[in-house]
Design a protein around this ligand. Structure first.
Ligand code: NAI
Length: 330
């Protein structure tokens, strides 16, 4: 069994080396998978891949020619995979459905609190001997209304945490959320989320339907000064509309762990380069924007679960056992 892992940073490699069976021939490739790096997959039975690896028709055709039988995603989201093409080419696709919803939910609440109380500004001010409180005024989360889009594992956890703060929590999900009433989460329409929420947090998958869910039209329906948080996927938000919303003051706070063009930026050190993405650079100029580089999942527990589930997915393929984490084409 030859397994080639793409987008493998040192921390991924350490976990995978520890957990993948030594009898497998394992190779670790640091760059993301694209048409230049796909050649590393030649001779592999399985490749493992992460959020920004390119798995479109062109790449999948090459993988099929190389004899790759399965793509074991080391993540939950699969918006970067052309599932129909993979199915037609006979390549199975498996994922890690839940490696640590706690990690992402805790980071989400962290972004909310840091933005509200301007912790990132306080850190710099105090280090420079500036103890002025001007511009640091926050609000109590107690009593505020939070709107959660996507009442899955992460969305429900975020809701539960914010209930503990004394917030009213609304959720929108196209499917009935059976667990929500017991958690005190009120299932409402998307329109109601926009109209009533002081804070809106996105936890739905990126699909054709949710692409640019937050756009000029939806932002116009939100409360003035709304806090928007996105730890889901970058393209859930239209960046140009965010910039306009921030300039007009309709958006009062923006916290993002994901960005629609993050593939060209995140997970790498670009500190000695001139960043060419003007929209991203514009976002960084706002004092009320806090961006982290897709690190919400990044805890020890999550990395361990990712490696273990990836191993189990590959082992199921070897054993011919049911592949419980396979992503089926709808
Ligand atoms: P999940 O599958 O448990 O929940 C997703 C929920 O979204 C489901 O309840 C589903 O019914 C709902 N949904 C589907 N279409 C929707 C729509 N049009 N509008 C509103 N809701 C819709 O997934 P989980 O584990 O809660 O993860 C949520 C998302 O978080 C993932 O899709 C992934 O994109 C993102 N994520 C981000 C990470 C990070 O490090 N920033 C790490 C892990 C996941």
């Amino acid at each position: 069994m030859k397994v080639v892992s793409f987008s493998c940073k040192i921390y991924d490699r350490q976990q995978l080396c520890r957990i993948l069976p030594p009898e497998w021939e394992s190779e670790y490739v640091e760059p993301t998978l694209d048409k230049h790096t796909v050649v590393y997959a030649d001779g592999a039975d399985v490749i493992t891949a992460f959020v920004n690896d390119r798995l479109d028709l062109e790449i999948l055709q090459i993988l099929a020619e190389y004899g790759v039988k399965m793509i074991a995603l080391r993540c939950a989201g699969f918006n970067n995979v052309d599932l129909v093409a993979a199915h037609d080419l006979g390549i199975k696709v498996a994922r890690v459905p839940a490696y640590s919803p706690y990690a992402v939910a805790e980071h989400t609440v962290g972004l909310m609190l840091a933005l509200n109380r301007k912790l990132y500004r306080a850190y710099n001010r105090v280090r420079e001997g500036n103890f002025s409180l001007n511009g640091m005024l926050g609000f109590d989360f107690y009593g505020k209304t939070i709107g959660i889009v996507g009442a899955g594992k992460i969305g429900r956890l975020v809701g539960k945490m914010l209930k503990a703060f004394g917030c009213e929590v609304l959720v929108y999900d196209p499917y009935l959320c059976k667990e929500c009433p017991d958690l005190g989460l009120q299932q409402v329409s998307l329109e109601e989320i926009y109209q009533r929420s002081d804070v809106i947090s996105l936890h739905c998958p990126l699909t054709e339907e949710t692409n640019h869910l937050v756009n000029a039209e939806s932002i116009a329906k939100m409360k003035k000064g709304v806090m928007l948080i996105n730890t889901g996927r970058g393209a859930l938000m239209d960046t140009e509309a965010l910039i306009e919303g921030l300039k007009s003051g309709r958006i009062g706070y923006l916290g993002m762990d994901v960005y629609e063009k993050e593939g060209a930026l995140f997970f790498e050190d670009h500190s000695c380069e001139i960043i060419q993405d003007d929209a991203f650079e514009r976002l960084l100029t706002f004092h009320n924007v806090l961006i982290t580089g897709h690190q919400a999942y990044f805890t020890e527990e999550a990395l361990r679960h990712i490696a273990e589930t990836t191993r189990d997915n590959i082992q199921a393929l070897i054993d011919g056992a049911p592949l419980e984490n396979e992503i089926e084409v709808c």
